[in-house]
Design a protein around this ligand. Structure first.
Ligand code: ADP
Length: 254
């Protein structure tokens, strides 16, 4: 299978913004194992700004653009260093790709992006993709990595897109409400489903469920299934790859 896995900031870091070492180590081990089993895996990883914040020991997440972009530049380097260290343990090479919306919209750039990815996959390399936050402004930004994950999955005609988050999947209402229920399967993204997206969730994450539902619309329209699952237990990935009912699965339109 060719699978795009998007890893949210909340999966990579503790609430303090510092790296969740145990989680990241486990995640990289499971992904390496799934690659060893013959799967083609592409990562879309958030976390650059969070890691920059942690590295600079800032007391809170920055709100102004230059500070965010500086944190992203600092944190992206740290993020790749961590991934390289972890995946090297299992003899997997990683490659960094940073893109903006302009790169996806421009036909030539998009084609170069795809060709590079296909070549990396052919070499057995694990591509790690992120938005180029340093030069992204509102006009040329994809906006969130859930959407970027969907764009990558459709560009590569992936079999599956997995969004790892800090929650088990899509709930029928805000999960902080005690009677909220997990929706295991979505065959059609109705306006009712869209409304469940609500606003932003955690303090470190950026998209909330709205961007995940938007990503599902992009992926399923091209026939690609998308799963939202909890990144706190990386072992869940084994089950998802085997088609088990884990988290919320949006079925691609066939
Ligand atoms: P990530 O960093 O993984 O993208 P986000 O914090 O952006 O994570 O999004 C996940 C959060 O969305 C959840 O922790 C939850 O608080 C919030 N949320 C809002 N509405 C829903 C819903 N209907 N179902 C699940 N989560 C929801």
């Amino acid at each position: 299978m060719r699978v795009v896995i998007k890893i949210g900031t909340s999966t990579l870091t503790h609430a303090t913004g510092k790296l969740n070492i145990r989680r990241v180590e486990k995640l990289c081990r499971v992904i390496s194992d799934l690659k060893n089993a013959g799967n083609e895996i592409i990562l879309v990883s958030s976390g650059a700004i969070g890691m920059g914040v942690g590295k600079l020991m800032l007391s809170e997440k920055p709100t102004d653009m230059p500070t965010k972009q500086a944190c992203a530049a600092l944190g992206q380097c740290e993020l790749m260093y961590v991934y390289d260290n972890e995946f090297s343990k299992y003899n997997h090479n990683i490659a960094q790709i940073l893109i903006t919306a302009a790169d996806v919209e421009n036909e030539e750039n998009h084609s170069n992006f795809r060709n590079t990815l296909f070549k990396l996959i052919e070499f057995g390399v694990l591509p790690v993709i992120n938005e180029n936050d340093t030069i992204s402004t509102a006009e040329i930004s994809i906006g969130d990595n859930d959407t970027l994950g969907a764009i990558v999955a459709t560009s590569l005609e992936a079999d599956l897109l997995i969004l790892l988050s800090d929650i088990d999947g899509l709930y029928d209402k805000n999960p902080s409400e005690p009677d909220a229920k997990l929706i295991p399967e979505v065959y059609e993204i109705t306006t009712e489903i869209e409304k469940m997206g609500g606003g932003k969730g955690s303090t470190l994450g950026t998209g909330g469920m709205a961007t995940k539902i938007h990503a599902a619309q992009i992926a399923t329209a091209k026939g690609i299934d998308m799963v939202i699952a909890n990144g706190s237990d990386p072992d869940l990935l084994y089950g998802i790859f085997e088609g088990e009912k884990i988290g919320t699965r949006f079925y691609g339109r066939k």
